[in-house]
Design a protein around this ligand. Structure first.
Ligand SMILES: [Zn+2]
Length: 346
């Protein structure tokens, strides 16, 4: 564990901080998760929620169709970014002009979605497989955030400084999902559809935290109990699913729940990798909150922080973006309250 932390360049937080993060999630996020589950249960008219009820649209509506093809996705994403901030809109336009976007799904194309940087040209590149879903809108905004990061550090001559640590790189991208969400009307003609997209996005953010806590806490357990047996491992994981799962009815499928860690590739491939996304989401929620309060000023801080690349430690990058690098209960509570307020409007 100590080695993995140093190997990942985690000089600004400790295993102890991660355990505290799990506790804070249990205390501050789980009540909201249960509330959302209860709402879903009622909406679906069920006695109890089964694992497979969690991903479906609660009213059985067909998927949202925000765009038809990659061309339309590019155009509409550009309008969203223009409305958010003319400079970011201009950056996105530059990418379009230089053909740095490969967004559409087509036969023979590799799967996945990501932003990569052409290091010699110092230009970002976005690859994805859009098929016309709301998830694709979130992905293009997310990857655009990474691309803005790459463009912001273009003038930095030290190559390692052009990349921020993951905990902050994902603040750049996750913030863009939240900020861009304010202009989803570019993709949807009816207010109901835009509201449905916003709700799905915010619910996804809330429910991600406990799953992240399960994955991270499980990894802590695995590597601090090196002599464990398979049976003990399944027990330890199951206990975490009980602690963080909320009110989901697994009756008859308990043996499956014990093994659901198999669906998280990080556990197999990258010891201790995953908590970064939880840390970054807290940063992104703070950027979003600042923007709601201060508008432009918050965006300027966001851009300044991006321009610092990886030249400063995490707490300084967060501070520059107007966020606190903390993951305790007092930091999380107001952010969950804010999400609750926003969900109530939808
Ligand atoms: Zn990302």
């Amino acid at each position: 564990m100590e080695y993995a932390f140093l190997d990942r360049g985690r000089f600004d937080y400790t295993p102890r901080d991660c355990l505290e993060f799990h506790e804070a999630i249990e205390q501050e996020v789980l009540p909201l998760v249960r509330e959302l589950q209860e709402r879903r249960r009622k909406e679906m008219g069920l006695e109890s929620l089964h694992p497979w009820d969690l991903a479906a649209d609660p009213r059985g509506r067909p998927p949202l169709r925000p765009f038809q093809d990659a061309q339309e996705l590019e155009q509409k994403a550009e309008r969203v970014l223009d409305r958010l901030d003319p400079e970011l809109g201009r950056d996105f336009r530059t990418m379009r002009e230089l053909r740095l976007l490969d967004l559409d799904n087509r036969k023979g194309k590799a799967p996945g979605g990501y932003q990569s940087t052409l290091s010699e040209a110092r230009l970002p590149f976005i690859f994805m497989n859009a098929v016309g879903l709301q998830r694709d809108v979130e992905t293009i905004l997310h990857e655009a955030g990474h691309a803005f990061h790459a463009l912001a550090t273009r003038e930095e001559d030290l190559h390692p400084y052009r990349h921020a640590p993951l905990e902050f790189a994902e603040v750049a991208s996750m913030s863009m999902e939240l900020l861009g969400s304010a202009f989803l009307e570019e993709f949807y003609t009816s207010p109901e559809e835009a509201a449905r997209a916003r709700r799905a996005h915010l619910e996804g953010i809330v429910t991600f935290f406990p799953w992240m806590a399960v994955v991270d806490a499980f990894q802590h357990w695995i590597y601090t109990h090196p002599e464990h047996t398979r049976e003990e491992r399944a027990e330890a994981f199951d206990a975490l699913m009980v602690r963080f799962g909320g009110d989901v009815d697994w009756r008859g499928f308990e043996d499956v729940r014990r093994q659901t860690w198999h669906r998280q590739l990080h556990i197999f491939l990258s010891p201790f990798y995953y908590v970064e996304y939880g840390i970054a989401q807290l940063g992104a929620l703070q950027v979003w909150r600042n923007w709601k309060r201060q508008g432009r000023e918050a965006l300027e801080a966001y851009r300044r922080a991006l321009a610092m690349g990886g030249s400063r430690p995490l707490p300084e990058l967060f501070r520059a973006a107007g966020a606190e690098f903390r993951f305790d209960a007092p930091t999380i509570r107001p952010l969950m309250e804010m999400i609750q307020v926003e969900l109530a409007k939808l």
